[in-house]
Design a protein around this ligand. Structure first.
Ligand SMILES: *Cc1c(COP(=O)(O)O)cnc(C)c1O
Length: 317
């Protein structure tokens, strides 16, 4: 399957590309007794793909509307968000600055090498300074003097980002070829989870947290849902919020052998590439929950492929 291509910064064009994202049936003994489908948002665009593209969309539209030259954001050395922001800046004509957690290492990660190639100016700061990233004085403290900068928080986690995830939920609702009983997605901050649940309406969206802080993620997601519901379209108050914790496999970016083996098996059986940080854990969690009898037999499950394939280079070499 070939990716779509986001050729312009335009809501209608983006929505059209998102509506054309393919869905695929997964036939595998790893997921017995249920019907599993996957939405391939890794194929939204060759580079600006996955949920990060949705979280960027309304941020970029707002930046364009304000006539801003420079996007500033922050993240770690393998950040999918840094990568997507750098690529989007290059393609749609914004300068970009990436504030990176930690020292510059002599050998930059493949993600950061790409970001520099896309024209992003990288600014490395200590972990201690990085902790102040959500503080209003953050940019000033770093001495950032860009004219008219537009700041996007780490991971695209702001209201504009949530609205993008909500759009994804609406598009799934309009385009999914099956009547799914459940939608499953990988969850880091919980923002995509909240947005998709708001956009999709009644179908339960089940999150697999890929790091240990399952409770705080859940609270963050509930907060985002309230914010979205008040600021935009009213959501069904009865729509559930459900997560399956215990599949972080040791914590953020931890990649034990059993997960590596599982990912290889999935990729071999389905031909679908996964990333080790998010989607491998998502499918592992689904696989285990089915084995434990926690998913009703005969359920139709839609899994969201949230992209992140550039990050394969970090843990898979
Ligand atoms: C960032 C990311 C997520 C998590 O999104 P949140 O909105 O932070 O929960 C999931 N999958 C991939 C591939 C990501 O890059």
């Amino acid at each position: 399957m070939t990716p779509r291509y986001l050729s312009s910064l335009d809501l209608n064009d983006f929505t059209q590309a998102a509506r054309e994202v393919p869905y695929q049936r997964i036939d595998s003994d790893l997921f017995p007794c249920v019907e599993v489908w996957i939405r391939r948002d890794d194929l939204l665009d060759p580079i600006i793909s996955g949920n990060k593209a949705y979280k960027l969309l309304f941020n970029l539209l707002e930046a364009r509307k304000q006539g801003v030259d420079t996007l500033i954001t922050c993240g770690g050395a393998w950040s999918n968000h840094i990568h997507a922001t750098a690529a989007a800046g290059c393609r749609f004509g914004f300068n970009t600055v990436g504030i990176i957690r930690g020292e510059r290492s002599p050998q930059l990660s493949a993600t950061l090498q790409d970001a520099e190639r896309f024209g992003m100016r990288l600014l490395f700061i200590t972990r201690q300074s990085y902790r102040r990233r959500d503080h209003p004085g953050f940019l000033k403290e770093l001495g950032i003097v860009e004219q008219c900068p537009f700041f996007i928080p780490e991971g695209g986690a702001n209201l504009a980002g949530a609205r993008g995830a909500q759009l994804l939920g609406q598009i799934i609702d309009n385009t999914c070829p099956v009547n799914a009983d459940q939608v499953w997605l990988a969850c880091g901050t919980g923002l995509t989870w909240a947005g998709v649940q708001c956009g999709i309406g009644k179908v339960p969206v089940i999150a697999v947290p890929i790091l240990k802080a399952a409770d705080s993620i859940r609270n963050a997601a509930i907060q985002w849902r309230v914010t979205l519901a008040n600021g935009g379209k009213q959501t069904s108050s009865r729509s559930t919020i459900d997560s399956r914790s215990g599949y972080h496999c040791g914590g953020y970016a931890k990649y034990p052998n059993y997960l590596h083996d599982f990912q290889q098996t999935v990729e071999r059986e389905t031909g679908i590439p996964l990333d080790p940080v998010y989607t491998a854990k998502l499918l592992y969690g689904l696989h285990r929950e089915i084995a434990l009898g926690h998913v009703p037999a005969g359920s139709k499950i839609l899994v969201l492929h949230s992209g992140g394939l550039q990050g394969r280079r970090g843990l898979l070499g």
